[in-house]
Design a protein around this ligand. Sequence first.
Ligand SMILES: C[S@@+](CC[C@H](N)C(=O)[O-])C[C@H]1O[C@@H](n2cnc3c(N)ncnc32)[C@H](O)[C@@H]1O
Ligand code: SF4
Ligand code: SF4
Length: 346
Amino acid sequence: MSVLNKIKTVLTTPIRDIEGRLKKGYYFLSLEISLTYLCNSRCTFCNIWKIYKENPNLLKKELSKEEWIDFLSKNNKYLAWVSLTGGEPLLKDGAIDIINYLLNNGKNVEITTNAIAYKYIIGNLEKIKNKKKLFVGVSLDGPKEIHDKLRGVPGNFDNAIKLLEWLEQNNFNFGISVTISYQNAPYIMELFEFLEKRGWIDKVSFRVATISQYYRNEQKIVITKEHIQSIKEALLKIYKGYPRFRKDKFYFGNLLFLEGKIDFDCVAGRNFLFIDPYGNVYPCLYRLDKKLGNIKENPNLLNYLGKFKRDCKCWSECHYLPARRSSTKELLSYIWFRLFSNKKHL
Ligand SMILES: C[S@@+](CC[C@H](N)C(=O)[O-])C[C@H]1O[C@@H](n2cnc3c(N)ncnc32)[C@H](O)[C@@H]1O
Ligand code: SF4
Ligand code: SF4
């Protein structure tokens, strides 16, 4: 690659981000909303699917579609990016209306799905008219047998592939979200070889499974030093084996975080907030111990900003990307990383 092309490639993302910031004026806030804890999966590394099995009455406390849209309309001028998660976000009654509302108001919207109910998902996505700013992430955690075993639902892998094919044929922006744990680390290369054959290797983003209150997996997963080593080896193989991977902080972050060598200018509580299905506001989904309030009592998001002082470190693309979008320090670090620090880590 010529030097000019390299500079062009490295600068594409920052230029797009700066452009976004200028155009959006005072649209500066990224939100992650967990629309529902309803879930049709049986994952082994996340226990959200058990919440309403253990406590069905809690479901009634979730905010309704109307309440979400009312809240979003009150904060319309601050919002730039909204990421919808869960549970399985499209199982929320009226989820597609919320998505359409956001897209029609010029927001960038991301949703992540387990693809189990893929026909239902497609039926919903067909109702979207304005899909330019929508990104659909499909979870895939291993080759067929491993994925289905880890997610506890036979046929889930095949459904995910059918959904990915449909998204591709229908010109949606889509990606493949891989969660790596000690359970699937040995099989990740096999998954990547499969994705390379399908021409989807550039669509992949991955994170390392965490133990957190959000995923309700505190006692269930014990990650040892050996597990971390096996995850690191898998990531290194990926970096070396697939030159088409973007070699930047976005991807290296997972690896360097495992070695305690990286941090980022986290904007949680400044330019980023997380809201759970009941309207509780937190700096991010890892800090459920730091509740900032509830949107039913106080819908104005400005009230929640600047009240959280970070005393933690993590790595996940969901939190890194808002930082890169709104922290100048992080943007410069991204450019530096892409220009100068690739080879050092390989
Ligand atoms: C909580 S899920 C919600 C969306 C949907 N249910 C799905 O599985 O794609 C969002 C993402 O979190 C990931 N995830 C689940 N358990 C996790 C854990 N323990 N640590 C990190 N990410 C996890 C999932 O693999 C998925 O990509
Ligand atoms: S990872 Fe997604 S599909 Fe699996 S239990 Fe958690 S919310 Fe449900
Ligand atoms: S560093 Fe991670 S866990 Fe801590 S506030 Fe930021 S996003 Fe949340």
